[in-house]
Design a protein around this ligand. Sequence first.
Ligand code: ASP
Ligand code: MG
Length: 435
Amino acid sequence: MKVLKFGGSCLNSKADVERTVAIIQKSGDCVIVLSALKGVTDSLIALEHSAKTGSFDLSELEKKHFEVVAGLKKNKAECERKVRALLNDLKTTLTGISYLKEFSPQTHDKIVSFGERIVVEIMAAYLRDSGVEATALKVEETGIRTDSNFSDALVIEESKALIVQALKKAKGIPIVPGFVGLNEQGLITTLGRGGSDYTATFIAAALSCECVLLKDVDGLMTADPKVVPDAKIVKNVDYLDAMELAHYGSKVVFVKAVMPAMLARIPIRVKSFEKDNGGTVISAEQGSSVVVPLAKNVAIVELLGYTGMMTVFSSIVDQLGKKNIYPLLITESSACGEVSIVVDEKSAEKIERIAAPLMKGRKIVVEKGLAMVSVVGSSMKGKIGIAASVFDCLAKEKINVVAIAQSASERSISVVVEGDKAVQAAQALHKRFIK
Ligand code: ASP
Ligand code: MG
């Protein structure tokens, strides 16, 4: 048994759906998790904003789905009916928004859930057309229950038993909508952008089997190939390194997807939808390579308090936690006198607003236009000279280091540099560390 998840970037046309069917047919016993067709979640978000101004146009979205439905043979009429019913529900919800000229977080989650809920019906129909028994699960049939943190919900532990039961009931191959769940009141929640990875790993954890994420990339790479053209595939990486990489801006695996796999000790394989290569395996086994992620558009919020900062800082951190703002790194001078919070530029303003009243007149300085380059890999632990090599490399490139952090696990060293030196820094570090 394994869970196969197909990313939205792989699902754009009838040909992609047919390719997916062929992969599923070769896969043996499996559960399928799907993302919405490419671009659909973005379109749904655009539609709700347009509805808020009083009007919206569903025709493009309808066309996108019905073009794929049109390729069906035996199961076309039934699939059309199911897709039409979901689109009608979407239309009613958008009409509601257009009257109210507003939408709540729960309405937003309902709106963006339609992409996944529609695509499962289409995929199940295609599988049945090619003689494979398959059942599309409705959002209320998956067993996936979450907290009520709309747009960024966490799947709750009790879901595991419900998922196992739900999958047993499904006839043939279960086709599960990724990204969506139900909260305690039975309202639709979503797990965060890119969250269908998390659906897949949670289900694999419930079934205690491998989870394969099929994407439009070859796997996890030693750097972003757009930044470092000769980046290579990383064959294996351990769970904590994978989480660290997701945190540092690698969009390959959704950050919340790693934890369920780590707790259940099941492997996640990230591989290409197009090519039949091995991809990257995320597991408890230590990886041998390091990775050089780059986070662009970074800012530093400097809290210059000098005295009494421990309590001030603790209340700021408390507020950041409540608002779900996770800094890239935090450094501090002795006794917390000068605290530097490194974050994406958008969060910098939020932090400034949160910190200002709590700092009670102490100074806050925000510096933008920066970038953070890291070297990540648990294989660095205990090796002498790695940090020296990072700084030697940057010094040889004449790149100034603005802030530094190394985790005590020794799995990451991060440096903040000027934004215009970011690519040069990443390329030089990649050359130095990846042979
Ligand atoms: N469709 C959702 C998104 O685009 C979830 C996913 O793709 O995993 O964010
Ligand atoms: Mg997507």
